[in-house]
Design a protein around this ligand. Structure first.
Ligand code: BGC
Length: 241
């Protein structure tokens, strides 16, 4: 009932051992900054560093920011291109000597929130968005989580995440209002397609929801993820079950 949950992000990987029966972190999480895009082998070494830090011997769940099918990574929009097509469970198990389960990072966050967090017990249609380096998304309907790639809706010839991700606010020095308005338009588009009853917002910026929620005017109830930026760690651990 314990697993090491690891959330691979655009600028860091974060991990902690998790009690998968309660969603509690069993130790303070460790963050390893990755200012340069790590190759799969270097990422394996960073995961091994996390494992050694926690003296972990047991299952490891890894959330990755890309499309996952079975043990394979199919896309890597914001990380090293060498991940594309890779059986990452093999590479990460070889690096750590542990059994590794792989899940999309936003789907992981959604699993954690639906099981233990802001969506606990909610059986309607929920949309979860993670706002970070990219935009992660998942839908949960009657408690079942489905990974989505709504950050890659086309926008002026590119992916809309290049317009609305939290990283764009920082890079372009947008005010909370300017960025909030972009988010408002994006969420309105998503609502017209998905009609969620609940929107859960995760990712690093969710801790600052008070600064931008007022500019997004959704039809649905919108709440920050209960685990804030740690939902991905908890959900990655759940993927080992
Ligand atoms: C990826 C998604 C991921 C999201 C958030 C996107 O660029 O394609 O798979 O969930 O970033 O990390």
């Amino acid at each position: 009932m314990k697993a090491l949950g690891i959330d691979i992000g655009g600028s860091a990987l974060k991990g902690a051992p998790v009690d998968t029966a309660t969603g509690q972190l069993l130790a303070e999480r460790l963050r390893i900054a990755t200012p340069e895009a790590l190759s799969p082998l270097a990422m394996g070494r960073a995961i091994e560093e996390l494992r050694v830090h926690f003296k972990w011997r047991g299952p490891i769940g890894v959330g990755f920011p890309g499309v996952i099918q079975g043990p394979r990574i199919l896309t890597s929009a914001n990380l090293h291109p060498k991940f594309i097509g890779l059986d990452a469970t093999k590479v990460f198990s070889a690096a750590t000597g542990c059994r590794v389960a792989l899940i999309n990072d936003a789907a992981a966050a959604a699993q954690a929130e639906m099981k233990f967090g802001a969506g606990r017990g909610f059986m309607g249609k929920a949309l979860l968005l993670t706002l970070g380096t990219g935009v992660g998304s998942a839908i949960a309907y009657q408690g079942t989580v489905m990974p989505m790639e709504l950050g890659h809706l086309p926008w002026k010839g590119k992916s809309i995440e290049k317009h609305v991700a939290a990283s764009v606010r920082e890079e372009k020095n947008l005010s909370w209002e300017e960025w909030g308005r972009r988010l408002c338009d994006y969420v309105a588009t998503l609502e017209n397609i998905i009609w969620p009853e609940l929107i859960i917002v995760g990712g690093g910026v969710s801790a600052k929801h008070a600064k931008f929620f007022r500019y997004v005017k959704p039809r649905a109830r919108m709440v920050p993820a209960r685990f804030l930026n740690q939902a991905g760690i908890v959900g990655a651990a759940l993927a080992t079950e």
